[in-house]
Ligand binder design. Sequence first.
Ligand SMILES: CC(C)(COP(=O)(O)OP(=O)(O)OC[C@H]1O[C@@H](n2cnc3c(N)ncnc32)[C@H](O)[C@@H]1OP(=O)(O)O)[C@@H](O)C(=O)NCCC(=O)NCCS
Length: 197
Amino acid sequence: MKIKKFEDKHLNAVSNLWLNSFSENFLSILGRKIITSYLSEFLKIKHNKGFVLKKNNQIVAFVLYGNESKVINKILFKNFIFIILSLLKFIISIDIKNVLLFINIAFFNLILKLNPPSFDILKELLIVVVDKKYHGKGYGKKLIKNSIKDKYFDKNTFIFVKTLSDKNQNIKFYKKINFKYIAKIFNRVFLKLKIEY
Ligand SMILES: CC(C)(COP(=O)(O)OP(=O)(O)OC[C@H]1O[C@@H](n2cnc3c(N)ncnc32)[C@H](O)[C@@H]1OP(=O)(O)O)[C@@H](O)C(=O)NCCC(=O)NCCS
């Protein structure tokens, strides 16, 4: 098992993994094109860094760190019409779940814009995904624990993560790897981890 820096050559494998193993995510409901667009914009920003976990030369997990506001602005700008058409498609097909997810994300981002939390200056663990086939085998934990040893992270600083909801099982996962509760904003729980390695 190897942990490597996420690079352009991993774009396809990481997009597939994201789409197949994290289907409830907002970008997943918009499809592969948006995920690939997000990942390629992510890689263009110097401040951001990702890692992939390879088993038998196949990527089975990835994690992204940094700040996604610039990435989100870019993909919204580049794919504005596509995103609006996707919303219309969900409305026409009475896909209540996805329409509500759209509204929820829009409100949440508005709240954060109007009232940015103090920890917003920290690096964020933006997303961590493990291939469904390998859940519960310690890969998620190993990927995070090992990737935060990278010199990209300054010792004795914090990184934070936000969960999709306060009922989300992932909170238990983050607590298992020593993330501590910071706050709850619009039903999302924010947790932080001290870099001590
Ligand atoms: C969340 C996720 C990354 C966890 O990865 P994983 O490799 O399955 O987790 P691990 O096996 O490393 O688990 C580490 C610890 O957390 C616990 N844990 C993991 N997922 C858990 C869950 N859903 N509920 C409760 N505990 C959980 C494990 O039991 C383990 O505990 P232990 O150290 O006492 O044995 C994985 O489930 C996933 O990819 N989910 C889909 C994408 C997602 O939701 N990502 C997070 C939001 S960005």
